[in-house]
Design a protein around this ligand. Sequence first.
Ligand code: DON
Length: 301
Amino acid sequence: MLLQEAMEAARRAPARGRVADYIPALAQADPTAFGMAIATVDGAVFGAGDWEHPFSIQSVSKLFTLALALALADGGDELWRGVGREPSGNPFNSLVQLESENGIPRNPFINAGALVVTDRLLKLTGDAVGAVRDFLRAESGNPAVAVDDSVASSEAQHGHRNAAMAHFMASYGNLRNPVDSVLAHYYAHCAIEASCRDLALAGLFLARHGTRADGSRLLSRSEAKRINAVLLTCGTYDAAGEFAYRVGLPGKSGVGGGVLAVLPGRGTVCVWGPGLDAAGNSVLGVAALDALTTATGWSVF
Ligand code: DON
C-alpha cells in the first residue's frame, strides 16, 4: 500500500528523465518500467510494480565491491590510501580532479574510485566479479543473479573514459593489477542483473550494522556506519546533497535506473525506473523514495 502510494506520487511528477544510451545495450531498457521493494532487517520483503524484474545494476554494484573489499582488507588503510571519501561535486565519469589529486579518486562511488576498489577486490579475491555475484546470490537467495555479458561487452566497446581513468591511475601506481583485467571485472560487476527484491535483500547487511543474512559478520559495526556515511555524501554523485535533502537516507544509484537506500537498524528500499536525470539518478526512483520517506518519516535525520 505504502509502496503503491509512493509510486503513484512519483508518476504524478512531470519529468521522466532519459534512459542511459552511452552504453548502447542499456538504451533498450523500457522507460516505463517501474518497481519498488522494501526489505526489513528480519528479512521480510515486500514489493510493488516491476519489483521482481531483473535490471542492470550498474553503479549500485559499487557499494558491494566496497563492502567486500573492506571486509577482506586488513583494516582498510591500504584501500583508503588509494581512494578518498569526500564528495567530488563532479559527474560520476569526470576526469578533472584526477590529475591535480595525483591519481587518487575523491571517493569509491565515482567511476575512478570504483575502479580502484575493483582493483583491490581483484587482488584480494582473484575474482572481483565472482565475489560480487556470489554475495548477491547468497544474500538475495536468488541463484539466477548473473552478469549480462552483452551489457559488459557493450560497455567495454564504448568505455573510453573508464579506460582513460584506469590508465591514468595506473601511471600514478594506483592499480595493483593490469588495467585490462581491472576494466573487465568492473564492466562485468556493473553488468550484473538483479531485481529490486534481490538488491533490497542484498543491501540489508548495511541496515543490520554489518551482519549478513546467515547471521555471520561481514563488517564491523563501525565499518558499516562508515559505508552508510559515504553513501549519503557520495552515493548519488553531484546530486548527493539533493538526494539527502529529498530522501534523507544513504543511497546508491546506477545508470540502469536502480537506487538502493538504507535505513540503518530498520531495512532497505530499492527502486527501479530507467529514466535518469542529468546526474545519472533515476527520476522516478528518487521521486518515489522522496514520497515514501516524506510520508513515513523513515530517515536518518
Ligand atoms: O562505468 C560506467 O559508466 C557504468 N558502468 C556505471 C555508471 C553508473 O551507473 C553511474 N550511476 N549513476
